[in-house]
Design a protein around this ligand. Structure first.
Ligand code: SAH
Ligand code: SF4
Length: 388
């Protein structure tokens, strides 16, 4: 047993070290000013100390940056003018720049954000068709190291990780676009109140930055999203799943897509490293798995590949006893993709079997397909600079 634990710990260390090689360049501007977005409270305190300001400034700044969404020091009315000027000389409160913004016929909105080094990633806002709220789907990497067969992002190699500032920045820029910060009357924003880490990249292969960004958005004196309003989707990086569960405790979504190792090896090549049995064991260990906090299993429905009745029954066997729900995602095609989405009858049969076993198994309606904003359609032109 201890051997297994040690091996997992060693593997985790190896993954985290390798991931750090893909971190972004330092978050400063050409003129030497530093971006305050994306710093932890401790880092912000260190910046204040470096300009001889007291630690209580951290609380003030945190409120303005993350609660009020202010990007201009001169609007920080609880801070005296001379200090506002001093801060503006040394720091910025940055946002990624929206290079392209598109709105789908179903009101889904997609941004292509450009970061300081010119790399780009996509972010999608998915309004809830019934309730007056919605989810922001953020990217965690430019490209992806993995190459799932059905995924457009997977056709792009990993260019680099997104930093914490860039991950939080996507959400903050989306809030800017909707004017979703507290009004002077104190009304709290509602529309952009959920984050799904389901954009480009594998969040658990960029765990350090993702964890830092989520710690910032969960901080009660700032954006203050509860962990229940955040869902992290992984293709199954087993050694990091435990860590994410213990440290962040956000909702977990697992991209399963196949019920046999033979097929999953092909569709989600990471399965060769962490096969289904290991993945399921990690799901069963995931903390907080109670009926209120079910694990979501994502299952792309690919015509004639993984959508048979026998596979539905096997899926039920795999997740038996787990607090779980299954999201059936009709395959979203992209240019040159080689699969076809399952037909309506197959979707209904599959969903019916999983449902009858006591698991919710909704068929997800693709959103934003006309602007290539649906699951698995995101991709940018980013390339890794030569020599790296
Ligand atoms: N890397 C993570 C998160 C990003 S992908 C992961 O794989 O979970 C977000 C979701 O979109 C995953 O469930 C992924 O399997 C799914 N997806 C990818 N390509 C898709 C496509 N063409 N059609 C529908 N869903 C897709
Ligand atoms: Fe990467 Fe997720 Fe796409 Fe697989 S499905 S290639 S893990 S982004």
């Amino acid at each position: 047993m201890s051997d297994i634990v040690d091996l997992t710990a060693a593997e985790r260390t190896r993954i985290l070290a390798k991931s750090a090689l893909f971190d972004p360049p330092p978050a400063g501007l050409a003129d030497g000013r530093r971006d305050l977005v994306g710093l932890s409270r401790a880092e912000l305190a260190a910046e204040m100390a470096s300009i001889d300001e007291a630690a209580f400034r951290v609380k003030q700044l945190w409120h303005w940056i993350y609660h009020q969404g202010v990007t201009d020091f001169s609007r920080m009315s609880s801070i005296a003018r001379p200090l506002q000027r001093k801060l503006a000389e040394r720091f910025v409160i940055g946002r990624p720049e929206a290079a392209v913004e598109q709105t789908s016929s179903d009101a889904t909105r997609k941004w292509l954000f450009r970061f300081r080094d010119g790399q780009q990633a996509e972010t999608v806002y998915i309004p809830d068709p019934v309730e007056d709220r919605g989810a922001v789907c953020v990217s965690s990497q430019v490209g992806c190291t993995l190459s799932c067969r059905f995924c457009h992002t997977g056709t792009q190699t990993l260019v680099r990780n997104l930093g914490a500032a860039e991950i939080v920045g996507q959400f903050m820029a989306a809030r800017d676009a909707y004017g979703e910060w507290p009004s002077p009357k104190g009304e709290t924003p509602r529309l952009l109140s959920t984050i799904v880490l389901m954009g480009m990249g594998e969040p658990l292969y960029n765990y350090a930055n993702v964890a830092k960004a989520m710690t910032i958005v969960m901080d009660n004196e700032g954006i203050g999203l509860s962990r229940r309003r955040i869902t992290l989707s992984t293709s199954g990086v087993v050694p990091i799943m435990d860590r994410a569960g213990a440290e962040l405790g956000v909702n977990l979504a697992v991209s399963l897509h196949a019920v046999t190792d033979a097929l999953r090896d092909e569709l989600v090549p990471l399965n060769r490293k962490y096969p289904i049995a290991d993945l399921m064991a990690a799901c069963r260990r995931y903390p907080g798995a109670s009926n209120a906090r079910r694990i979501t299993f994502e299952y792309i429905m690919l015509k004639g590949m993984n959508d048979s009745e026998a596979e539905a029954r096997e899926l039920v066997r795999l997740i038996a006893g787990m607090p779980a729900k299954v999201n059936l995602i009709p395959f979203n095609p992209w240019p040159d993709s080689r699969y076809e989405p399952s037909g309506k009858a197959a979707l209904e049969r599959f969903s019916g079997i999983v449902n009858a076993a006591g698991f919710a198994a909704p068929v997800r309606t693709p959103r934003g397909q006309d602007i290539l904003a649906a699951c698995g359609q995101l991709r940018t032109e980013g390339r890794r600079p030569r020599g790296q």
